[in-house]
Design a protein around this ligand. Structure first.
Ligand code: NAD
Ligand code: DAU
Length: 339
């Protein structure tokens, strides 16, 4: 199988490429990534071991002539991870989100159509469904889309576009919608790696609002295995929820991390809430389980221990990131949140 992966230098994409190359001998990957602030060549240093089974191309998924050139090599499948992915940054400025997350997807799908790529896999998110109340049932694939942030609105737009390309052009498209991922190589702007690295540095741990928002956590490798399953066996035009069935409040996650690192709870600082902050996400993943046989396999306690260990052992990876542009962003965002 010849895979074209877009956005493969980010958190989930790099974990996906590593696990696919390791699992399948008869598979090669071309990775097209712009190397934005979130893309990191260091994430895939290990793929050198795979010789000509891995090719990297630097470029933008909105650059039609480049995408045409890359897609003209006729990969079997395109898996699109490329996106602006951080909600808080989308609140500061939505421009890049609309460009990459919507126009980028249109560009990729147009080129796939032109060159007859057999399948297009769009990596989407639970955030397209909006927010749940404490007693609401978990999201199912038939729920209405009610995105609340510029980020989730851009992802929902892409989902609708993918659906339309399937209906209009009979293009083979599958969409995966996953809950919050954690694991190695996650950029330290997201809750879990931010809290681990701030705690290691004895810095404040900023908790939005009352800290009682709930997320449904899944280990990134369980997500990658689900994507592989959908990519191979998902029904054309199908949408598949993916989740860990593992709901935690943010404050419980933060306290767990501090406890495991033997750091004091006094590092916790409640700050002003994120505007439009979704209260709760929870995924009903019965469809992917019943239709395709996938279920998460990594226990949260074990996964979080391994993740904390990874950040302790890879301090130079995240210390390099936590400089320059990151510090400017940190100051701009957290500097404006009243304590
Ligand atoms: P990330 O921010 O870590 O990585 C995004 C990658 O896309 C980076 O390598 C970046 O350089 C690349 N990129 C951005 N704009 C590009 C462009 N115009 N052209 C080419 N490459 C570009 O993101 P992530 O957390 O790995 O998420 C990957 C995908 O999964 C996203 O589509 C996101 O919406 C989705 N998702 C993420 C989560 C999560 O918990 N992180 C959960 C569900 C779905
Ligand atoms: O649910 C899937 C989504 O998960 C993905 O689509 C997004 O790409 C990914 O960024 C993530 O979005 P969230 O907004 O849920 O993740 P984040 O890590 O930014 O925040 C998780 C929760 O923690 C959320 O309720 C906000 C809160 N939070 C976050 C940060 C960064 C804090 O309380 N303090 C913080 O400093």
């Amino acid at each position: 199988m010849r895979l074209l992966v877009t956005g493969g230098l980010g958190f989930i994409g790099s974990n996906f490429i590593l696990s696919m190359l390791k699992t399948y001998q008869d598979l090669s990957v071309t990775n097209l990534d712009l190397i934005t602030y979130a893309g990191n060549l260091e994430n895939l240093l290990d793929v050198q071991d795979y010789g000509n089974r891995y090719t990297f191309i630097k470029g933008d998924i909105t650059d039609k002539s480049l995408v045409n050139e890359v897609v003209s090599t006729k990969p079997d499948v395109l898996v699109n991870f490329a996106a602006e992915s951080h909600v808080d940054r989308s609140i500061l400025d939505a421009s890049a989100f609309l460009k990459t997350n919507i126009i980028g997807v249109q560009t990729l799908m147009d080129c796939c159509r032109e060159y007859g790529v057999k399948r297009f896999v769009q990596i989407s998110t639970d955030e397209v469904y909006g927010s749940l109340g404490a007693d609401d049932p978990a999201f199912v694939e038939t729920n209405m889309l009610k995105p609340n942030s510029p980020y989730s609105a851009s992802k929902a737009s892409a989902d609708l576009l993918a659906r339309a390309y399937h209906k209009t052009y009979n293009m083979d498209v599958v969409i995966t919608r996953c809950s919050n991922n954690y694991g190695p190589l996650q950029f330290p702007e997201k809750l879990i790696p931010l809290m681990i690295t701030n705690a290691i540095q004895d810095q404040e741990l900023p908790v939005y609002g009352d800290g009682l928002n709930v997320r449904d956590w899944i280990h990134v490798l369980d997500h990658c295995r689900a994507i592989d399953t959908v990519m191979r066996d998902g029904k054309s035009g199908g949408i598949y929820n993916i989740g860990g069935s593992c709901e935690y409040t943010n404050i419980d996650i933060v306290r767990l991390i501090l406890t495991k690192l033997n750091k004091p709870f006094s590092l916790i600082k409640y700050v002003q809430d994120r505007p439009g902050h979704d209260r709760r996400y929870a995924m009903n993943a019965a469809k992917i389980h019943d239709e395709l046989g996938w279920a998460p396999s990594i226990d949260f306690e074990e996964g979080i221990d391994a993740t904390i260990k990874w950040y302790i052992e890879n301090e130079s990876w995240w210390r390099k990131i936590k400089s320059g542009e990151y510090l400017d962003y940190y100051e701009k965002w957290y500097g404006n949140l009243k304590k």
